[in-house]
Design a protein around this ligand. Structure first.
Ligand code: KG4
Ligand code: ZN
Length: 359
């Protein structure tokens, strides 16, 4: 009989503390997705808003406060005692070093106290596999578009741990482009979702903003130039309207700029994703990471994919941004595939920089 493993997963790479419990079948090679029993999340966004971005030291200190209560919460929600935990998984990287160390330290202390092994998980692998928890899970192989606050990558995914990088951003990530543009427009951190909301009421063709590397012939991205274009455009608008600040512009003009920014980012992401599908000959696309929650991105990907008979999969909206469920899931899928064993060596390290294709 296949042994069931209860995996506790801890995410603490940036400004969200997430903990989750999944159950998987160790080394079974089963294609059944590990089941998510419970997950809990605490977002520090409000704390960092006062500073206009994530303050790493404050993030680490807050993870320390949250992680044990969240672990207790998921154990209670799943009605399992902590002695039932078979493996403790944690985000080993990439991310903020101090924040990662909190999750790794707690995971290893818990593992040592329970006499159970630990497993370090790649944060982006968590994002990439998170659509497996949706109602319409993908099947391997597929092209993955990873669009988070720190990364924009296209990967060819042939199975758990089988990742080939097809292209990536050479400067800012898509989420960063949303957030930096939003900041220039006076929106609070993280501005991506706020800018997206304003964009719904705007005209995406109002301002012609650059689409860098759109015709580069490769699958790389560049978003750094966009924020300069947004700065120049917003200054022009302030001068022509005779207002002192961007905030004082008529709301419709602000929404038009938001819609134009979103259109520029979305067009590049959609066109490069289609090029990646063409290049690989694959007919499945998986979108993951915080920007994957963007409605316009989803609408345009859906349209482009349906024209090409490509199936497209997304994580559930609440699992697009950082969470513990994706970390517990990635650990569960690795253990299940036989790709990796958990280790009882508790002398942990973290990897603030860690390319996914070196896994
Ligand atoms: O994946 P994630 O939670 O964090 C990282 O691992 O980086 O992604 C966060 C990013 C932020 O840049 C945030 O502004 C962006 O995802 N984001 C959005 C939306 N929701 C989150 N960007 C555009 N539209 C959204 N609806
Ligand atoms: Zn993330």
């Amino acid at each position: 009989m296949v042994k069931k493993l209860l995996v506790l997963g801890i995410e603490s790479s940036c400004d969200e503390t997430g903990v989750a419990l999944v159950e998987c079948e160790a080394g079974s090679g089963s294609e059944q997705v590990p089941s998510l029993l419970a997950h809990a999340l605490f977002s520090q966004i409000e704390m960092h808003q006062a500073f206009g971005g994530v303050v790493p030291e404050l993030a680490s200190r807050d993870h320390i406060r949250r992680v044990i209560p969240l672990a207790k919460e998921v154990l209670a929600a799943a009605d399992r005692p902590r002695s039932d935990i078979d493996v403790v998984a944690f985000t080993r990287g990439p991310g903020l070093a101090g924040a990662l160390l909190v999750g790794a330290g707690v995971a290893c202390a818990l593992g040592a106290a329970l006499g159970k092994p630990v497993l370090g998980v790649h944060h982006l692998e968590g994002h990439l596999l998170s659509p497996f928890l949706s109602e319409d899970p993908p099947k391997f192989p597929f092209v993955a578009l990873l669009v988070s606050g720190g990364h924009t990558q296209l990967m060819r995914v042939d199975g758990v741990g089988r990742y080939v990088l097809l292209g990536e951003s050479i400067d800012d990530a898509a989420g960063e482009a949303f957030d930096k543009s939003a900041k220039l427009m006076g929106l609070a951190y993280p501005g991506g979702p706020l800018l997206a909301r304003m964009a719904e009421a705007g005209n995406p063709k109002a301002y012609a903003l650059p689409r860098p590397l759109l015709h580069s012939g490769n699958l790389d991205f560049s978003f750094a130039g966009l924020k300069t274009a947004v700065l120049v455009q917003s200054q022009k608008m302030v001068v022509s309207q005779g207002t002192d600040t961007f905030d004082a512009l008529p709301r419709s003009l602000q929404c038009d700029l938001a819609a134009s920014v979103q259109a520029a980012i979305v067009e590049v992401l959609v066109k490069k994703s289609m090029a990646a599908l063409k290049e690989t000959g694959l007919t499945r696309l998986v979108v993951a990471g915080g920007v994957g929650a963007n409605r316009q991105l989803r609408a345009q990907l859906n349209e482009a994919c349906s024209k090409r008979n490509v199936r497209v999969h997304y994580p559930e909206l609440h699992l697009c941004t950082d969470n513990g469920a994706m970390i517990a899931l990635a650990a569960g899928m690795r253990l299940q595939s036989g790709h990796q064993q958990a280790s009882a060596n508790y002398s942990f390290d973290v990897k603030p920089r860690w390319p996914l294709d070196t896994l």
